[in-house]
Design a protein around this ligand. Structure first.
Ligand SMILES: Nc1ncnc2c1ncn2[C@@H]1O[C@H](COP(=O)(O)OP(=O)(O)OP(=O)(O)O)[C@@H](O)[C@H]1O
Length: 617
């Protein structure tokens, strides 16, 4: 490459203005209100119909009261009035049914729409977030957001507004009616409600809140110790740590029991007091005592006691409904918070005018990256990967090898500096173009629940069967596939379970078929078996000369055959060059090489010792 080429390449690679992908900002400002805004008019209809239903629902109650008062009143009964009251009660009942059914129907339709929209938005967002973002999240966590958390909005949308509205409208209507009959007995009837409301703040004193927090934390500790136990059960069994893990679980349970007792001791008296105050016998007792006092002093007609006995019981409903509604609201708020957290993850920006790379030379310039702010994992990497060469990255665990190679398929964008392909910053490449040019095989292999052939042809859906087989042969997995129940048509996870090494070879076949000019490879240590190792080495040998290859190397053979070795330590390149030259330099790489050699020698010695020891004498 000439200096002019380089200058042009640099010019091209300067990141131009990037815009978020279409649709990304359509859900910006995703507060709970923002997320629900499109449904405001439907909510208004739900609430209005509920109010009408609740008011209509008062009519049968008032009719019963009015009927009692008319029939108990001295003198002849007005039959016309009685029938009118009965009819009004029946019409009220019918209207209540009509309005609440309509409200509930609309509420459930809106709920379905909201849940569908949330799930669609989440699905679209999960397709946009950086691939690397997934590595920090468990599948269970995401499944919970898309499943459980979205469902948690159901009571909030379909039930809570209706319940809250009717819990307030009915007592309010009753109260107005009761005031019209006798304001003094109305005030007396309200005593239980006032008592309950006065007790409520005692449940929220700093001590009570601290006890509730301890209770929640205790529950969390039990859950995590159970999860830890279940997830690691095989390791725990094999290495005999059962007592220790059991002990942790038992301690968590003991702690929980004592925090539970503390909380119950603090709350029991107040909760019982509230329950007694709101209970029908107490309400009736208060009304009867007050009513008797007013009747015996001649201040109120005996028949007027009836509405207080009938309607007084309903006055306590808002307090109870507030409790339930508040719980539902809190649960929905937490769920929507988690949904919002996912929707707010910044997608990697897509270019408005994608550029076309010239060739497949990869260059990293002063690349810095950290998963958390203030903690850099890569500290200024300058690296050029020439087409047709193999670059092997080596370095101690945690030195940043995986992070570095993951920047090529754009799992993350560097926080500083740039990664260019053919002179174009990766941020200026469309993602389709990027994955056409860069393919990868990492340790964390993901296979789809689809046929083996479809898994291999993932990047090239129209690939011919012969091409799929050729890639599988190259990846040393063809023979194994033929032993599966339906060969290449076997569905992974249904017809066939594959070992870690086999899954890796399928993923290698996928990358080979994709035929991208740049291949990024993690020569995994986790699953690797002799077949996979052979496959990787054979593939590397086949591809050499045409591909730009970056490999995290663990095998001495791979390292020795690489064109360039890059030694990474603590996020920086500490040595680079041809393997032989580096060995001769006797520096960090040579020490690393020696350490690997002695580790292999130790392993071989231990192995042969075991074999000798195990041989029959
Ligand atoms: N998803 C992540 N979130 C936060 N920190 C991370 C994440 N992945 C890696 N790290 C941290 O970044 C540093 C570099 O990790 P990286 O996996 O790149 O090293 P490595 O050289 O590939 O290690 P190994 O050889 O053990 O796989 C480590 O300190 C690691 O703890």
């Amino acid at each position: 490459m000439t200096t002019t080429d380089l200058a042009t390449a640099r010019e091209q690679s300067t990141p131009q203005r990037s815009t978020p992908p279409p649709d990304a900002d359509s859900t910006v400002g995703r507060t709970m209100a923002g997320l629900l805004r499109p449904y405001y008019s439907s909510f208004a209809a739900v609430v209005t119909l509920q109010v009408l239903g609740a008011l209509a629902g008062l009519m049968p109650l008032l009719a019963v009261v009015e009927l009692g008062r008319t029939l108990l009143a001295p003198g002849p009964t007005d039959h016309g009035h009685v029938w009118f009251v009965v009819l009004a009660g029946a019409v009220g009942l019918f209207l209540r049914l009509l309005f609440t059914a309509a409200s509930s129907g609309i509420g459930h339709i809106v709920d379905g729409q909201v849940q569908l929209t949330f799930r669609r938005q989440l699905a679209a967002q999960l397709g946009r977030v950086p691939i690397g973002w997934f590595s920090r999240r468990g599948t269970g966590e995401l499944a919970k957001v898309v499943g459980e958390d979205v469902s948690a909005v159901h009571p909030f949308i379909a039930h809570t507004p209706g319940e809250l509205v009717s819990a307030f409208v009915v007592p309010l209507g009753s109260l107005i009616y009761l005031f019209a009959i006798d304001w003094r007995l109305t005030l007396i009837t309200l005593i239980p409600v006032v008592l309950a409301v006065a007790l409520a703040p005692l449940m929220m004193t700093p001590t009570r809140l601290r006890e509730q927090e301890e209770f929640d934390a205790g529950m969390g500790r039990i859950a995590s110790s159970v999860v830890e136990f279940v997830q690691g059960i095989s390791v725990v069994k094999a290495f005999g740590g059962r007592e220790r893990v059991h002990r942790r679980f038992l301690t968590a349970v003991d702690d929980f029991v004592s925090s539970f007792f503390r909380m119950v001791r603090g709350l029991a008296g107040i909760a019982a007091g509230m329950q007694v105050a709101l209970s029908p016998p107490f309400v009736l007792l208060v009304v009867l005592i007050g009513g008797t006092a007013l009747i015996t002093t001649g201040d109120m007609a005996a028949a007027d006691l009836l509405p207080f006995l009938l309607l007084g019981l309903g006055l306590t409903a808002p307090v109870a409904a507030l409790g339930h509604g508040f719980d539902d609201l809190q649960a929905a708020r937490r769920a929507i918070g988690r949904i919002r957290d996912v929707l707010e993850v910044q997608p990697l920006p897509e270019p408005t005018h994608p550029a076309t790379p010239q060739g497949h030379r990869v260059e990293l310039r002063d690349v810095r990256f950290g998963y958390e702010t203030g903690h850099e994992v890569l500290r200024g990497i300058d690296l050029v990967l020439e087409p047709g060469t193999v670059t092997a990255i080596v370095g101690p665990s945690g030195s940043g090898k995986s992070t570095l190679v993951q920047l090529l398929p754009r799992f993350f964008d560097p926080t500083h500096g740039s990664v260019t392909l053919g002179g174009v910053d990766l941020r200026e490449l469309g993602s389709r173009e990027l994955y056409r040019r860069i393919s990868f095989v990492f340790q964390d292999v993901r296979l789809l629940r689809a046929s083996v052939a479809d898994n291999i042809a993932l990047a090239v859906p129209h690939a011919g069967f012969d091409d799929v087989v050729r890639a599988a042969r190259l990846a040393h997995i063809h023979d194994r596939i033929l032993t599966l129940p339906r060969g290449y048509e076997s569905v992974i996870g249904e017809d066939a379970g594959l070992s870690g090494g086999e899954a890796q070879r399928i993923s290698l076949a996928r990358a080979l078929l994709a035929d991208a000019p740049v291949l990024v490879l993690d020569e995994a240590t986790a699953f690797v078996d002799p077949h996979t190792e052979q496959a990787v080495r054979r593939a590397l040998a086949t591809l050499e000369g045409t591909r730009t290859i970056l490999v995290i190397a663990h095998r001495l053979e791979t390292i020795a055959e690489a064109d360039t070795v890059v030694m990474l330590d603590n996020g920086s390149i500490v040595e680079r060059g041809k393997p032989a030259e580096l060995l001769a330099r006797n520096g960090r790489f040579a020490a690393f090489w020696q350490a690997q050699l002695s580790a292999i020698a130790d392993r071989t010695e231990a192995h042969s010792g075991m074999r000798q020891g195990g041989e029959p004498r």
